[in-house]
Design a protein around this ligand. Sequence first.
Ligand code: SAM
Ligand code: SF4
Length: 467
Amino acid sequence: MTALRKNSDFTGQKPQVAPARQPRLPRYTSYPTALQFGELDGRDHMAWLGDLPAEDPVSLYFHIPFCDQLCWFCGCYTHISNKYEPVKKYLESLLKELAWTSSLTGRRKVSHIHFGGGSPTILEAEDFERLMSVVQEAYEILPGAEIAVEVDPRTLSRDKVNAYGRCGVNRVSMGIQDFDEKVQKTINRIQSTELIESCLRWFKTVGIRNINFDLIYGLPNQTEATIRQTVLQTAFYKPSRIALFGYAHVPWMKKHQALIGAEMLPDQAQRQAMFDIASRTLVDCGYQAIGLDHFALPGDTLLDAHDRGTLRRNFQGYTADNADSLIGFGASAISSLPGGYAQNTTDMKAYHQQTGVGESPVVRGVKVTAADQLVRQLISDLMCYQQVDPEARAREFGQSYDFKREYAALGELLDAGYMEVKGSCFRITEAGSPYLRAICSVFDRYLPANFEKNPDILHRCLHESEG
Ligand SMILES: C[S@@+](CC[C@H](N)C(=O)[O-])C[C@H]1O[C@@H](n2cnc3c(N)ncnc32)[C@H](O)[C@@H]1O
Ligand code: SF4
């Protein structure tokens, strides 16, 4: 596979199409995907937590769903609050959930902690330190564990960065999105270059060297020239990792995105051209493309994981984290456990109530079967390495399965030139790369039910390329 791939993460070009009639292809950050989540009894979740293998390290994810201001493009689960009280109240509930969960899991070893949102940087310095000290009491943070924070530069301060330094934070993901002022204005996300440079200086002072930048293409007012400029400016700061997300415009789910009129958005061809120029520029600047939408410099752990063959998908996208269990804390957070996926309520009132009485805030999820585990691996192989050997994986998982339906679909992809085959290993070609998610969907044993109107693979590819 060449380093320069066409991106397939094109979503939401046609807000007028009812999503129920035209289901979207999953991003395969999990398998089974969120489409399969149904009601889940909190007792299942508790049993899964209790059953975690004693010696295996786990990962922790803390969701902080608060921001100061609404970015019009935002697709995240968050609440806008210009008062700190709701954040403070939320922290109390988060600490209760942490105490409740650790009473079930015992004091596990932890190899990875991620603070996501929303904007975790909204937490005052002393509150972040308090949360980390409770985490340290409840769990054994392993030496060398990655502790990562998603950063909204506009809510960061010197004080907060000092607190991160004291707490051992060693990776930050900065929400950059775009450096162009005109683009920033249209998405209600104004942040100056000076602000970004101050943040970088603060990180350097406390020794945080692993810096990620989040960029978005496909925004209004972006052109190939502006995105190239943003990417060049990004490369100038040498963040070790870059996520280049395609703007997902889903105003039927995120009503505020209607503030960005569909007529302002670039079309499919323009989006593709933006991705192409951005990725080419990054590669020219020494970055290596990873999977669907990530780039990293030599020495970054994501690139090491990629080269070692241990790269994985998780809810943040791609990860070097190789723990088999991730415990999610906070409203809307999802745990990924050997037994299954469990998602906390998104209803803030219910979250406070459940954690207040020491009950599980889990409301949705899905059990993971042995068959699901094999499919999860096959999809991960495609998402991370653009190739898959179904039979070899089935043998490895000790499962006999004929892949009849899958091979029929792969045959269509071979005929279309989207894949090539060597022995029993199927590899996505340059022509097939815009359809990565559609190609993964070949193995998704639940998808035919969700895609009754578009059951065949080439239709799905077409659907994906049309967004
Ligand atoms: C939780 S935010 C990061 C932290 C912080 N809230 C911020 O924005 O700086 C995670 C990332 O998701 C991406 N994102 C949010 N909404 C998106 C959308 N509709 N389409 C594509 N990417 C999106 C942005 O790049 C953002 O930096
Ligand atoms: S993009 Fe980030 S800062 Fe903006 S509203 Fe969404 S979560 Fe908050």
